[in-house]
Design a protein around this ligand. Structure first.
Ligand SMILES: *[C@@H]1O[C@H](CO)[C@@H](O)[C@H](O)[C@H]1NC(C)=O
Ligand SMILES: *[C@@H]1O[C@H](CO)[C@@H](O)[C@H](O)[C@H]1NC(C)=O
Ligand SMILES: *[C@@H]1O[C@H](CO)[C@@H](O)[C@H](O)[C@H]1NC(C)=O
Ligand SMILES: *[C@@H]1O[C@H](CO)[C@@H](O)[C@H](O)[C@H]1NC(C)=O
Ligand SMILES: *[C@@H]1O[C@H](CO)[C@@H](O)[C@H](O)[C@H]1NC(C)=O
Ligand SMILES: *[C@@H]1O[C@H](CO)[C@@H](O)[C@H](O)[C@H]1NC(C)=O
Length: 423
């Protein structure tokens, strides 16, 4: 079940009231054909009188009712904007905003070097100054105190691939701007951020919360090949079994999943990794079907293992890349966002995620960041990574687009915790 924008009944009913006050539909020309002139005059007089007194009544209503309506709108303006049912926060565009970026990656110890583009020599910085603006509402400006308070005593968990790790790093850096004693924020095992590490947990000790990352690029179990399989099969993905570290994910307050980047022939068949369901190898299974099966496994795990009264569940959709030619590794990072998405605003992975989530018992919010990210050919790490001789049009600079993914996440969370007493 996808969590839709919940209507704030108050503002909706106010809007309806305002609508009926503002548009008196009664003023239509009465149809009076095939009648005598006399009766027409009588009728017109009656109708005119009727209409006039109606207008008078409306004027009076405006005078007395409107001020209180305006007042109510002002009182409720923030929640009205953010919970208007007509607002799809993923439908919008990027607007230039001097208020960005929200932090300096070189001053945040949790940014891995490979994503700190400015620190790695990127000279243009216009790419840092864009904010996502939904067409019919606003994402409230990031307020670090509010978020630190909301996260108190909580456990926030990211599960997925390197894109998840980027968002994890971004969220920590966003929050560190509000922490005075930077030493009070630390990785619980003293580990450094590396690409292969399976678990990272950063604790904000003054606020008693942790933000964790579990590396699970497929979400399902990756294991050695069965003994009597073809030679080319070196490992398998068990599509019917969730990753064996799944127990670690259960007792979280907020959990954000992603997957998709690794579901490509090169990373699967190219490395000798094939699909398995139960005890049987599925050599002919297409990647799309396999992803769907894995997502079904994921959804039944969530439906049986997650207590929706405690845990808010999110799935982030596919993060588009902007290669000029991925086979040849040609990657041209632009200096400005694209003006059109060139078809990158949709993805079969994103479609599958929506499809699966629609049929679940536990509410899952789909963070549909595919369209908004698809404009941002200017925001990839390019050659400003830790591997400068290999341009990269998949990963993202931070600060940058992953900060916006977090602003979307926080938009959902602030609303969710505001509308329930459960903390
Ligand atoms: C970010 O911080 C570093 C280290 O403190 C500093 O050298 C650099 O000028 C800062 N960058 C920006 C854009 O403020
Ligand atoms: C810290 O948060 C945990 C829940 O994550 C809670 O059980 C514990 O009581 C909190 N500690 C303090 C000192 O508030
Ligand atoms: C969640 O809360 C509702 C209402 O308080 C309750 O009826 C339901 O049993 C709870 N579900 C679980 C899994 O605890
Ligand atoms: C990428 O380059 C390869 C090899 O030159 C070529 O066959 C392919 O058509 C190119 N792809 C695109 C999308 O241009
Ligand atoms: C990439 O940029 C370089 C230099 O700006 C340009 O020469 C080249 O044609 C561009 N390639 C593509 C595929 O856009
Ligand atoms: C990039 O440079 C590193 C060492 O600096 C080297 O090991 C690697 O092979 C190079 N990669 C490419 C694609 O040139």
């Amino acid at each position: 079940m996808i969590e839709r924008m919940s209507n704030l009944n108050r503002s909706v009913s106010l809007k309806q009231k305002a609508l009926s006050v503002g548009s008196p539909r009664v003023v239509g020309s009465p149809r009076i054909t095939r009648r005598s002139w006399n009766s027409r005059y009588v009728l017109i007089t009656i109708v005119l009188g009727f209409v006039l007194s109606f207008f008078l009544a409306i004027c009076v209503r405006y005078l007395y009712v409107l001020p209180s309506l305006t007042q109510a709108f002002q009182d409720d303006s923030v929640s009205h904007l953010s919970s208007d049912s007509s607002c799809d926060i993923f439908d919008g565009n990027w607007v230039y905003d001097y208020g960005y970026p929200l932090y300096n990656a070189s001053e945040c110890p949790f940014v891995e070097q490979g994503f700190n583009c400015l620190g790695n020599g990127r000279m243009d910085n216009e790419y840092l100054k864009w904010r996502w603006k939904p067409n019919n509402c606003d994402i409230p400006r990031f307020n670090v105190e509010k978020v630190l308070e909301m996260f108190q005593n909580k456990r926030i968990v990211f599960v997925g691939d390197s894109m998840s790790r980027t968002q994890w790093e971004s969220l920590i850096c966003l929050l560190m701007t509000g922490v005075e004693d930077k030493k009070s924020v630390y990785e619980v095992n003293g580990n450094k951020i590396t690409k292969q590490i399976r678990f990272l947990g950063v604790r904000f000790s003054s606020f008693n919360f942790t933000i964790e990352f579990f590396r699970s690029v497929f979400l399902v179990q990756h294991s050695w090949a069965p003994k009597r399989g073809p030679k080319r099969v070196r490992s398998t993905l068990k599509l019917d079994k969730l990753d064996d570290i799944n127990k670690e994910w259960i007792n979280s307050d907020v959990i954000i999943f992603n997957s998709g980047q690794w579901w490509v022939p090169g990373k699967l068949f190219g490395t000798g990794c094939y699909f398995q369901v139960g005890n049987s190898l599925k050599l002919g299974l297409s990647i799309g079907t396999a992803f769907r099966t894995a997502m079904d496994t994921w959804s039944s795990w969530v439906d049986t293992m997650i207590n929706p009264n405690k845990t808010r569940v999110f799935f982030r959709t596919f993060e588009p890349s902007h290669w000029s030619n991925q086979t040849l590794h040609v990657c041209n990072v632009t200096t400005e966002p694209l003006s059109e998405t060139r078809g990158k605003d949709t993805s079969v992975f994103s479609d599958t995620i929506f499809d699966v989530v629609n049929n679940m018992a536990v509410p899952v919010s789909v963070m549909h960041i595919t369209p908004l990210s698809s404009f941002r050919s200017d925001a990839h790490v390019g050659v400003w990574s830790d591997k400068p001789n290999m341009s990269d049009c998949s990963h993202w600079c931070i600060p940058g687009v992953p900060d916006m993914w977090n602003e979307v996440l926080l938009f959902y969370l602030l609303r969710s915790y505001k509308h329930t007493s459960a903390k």
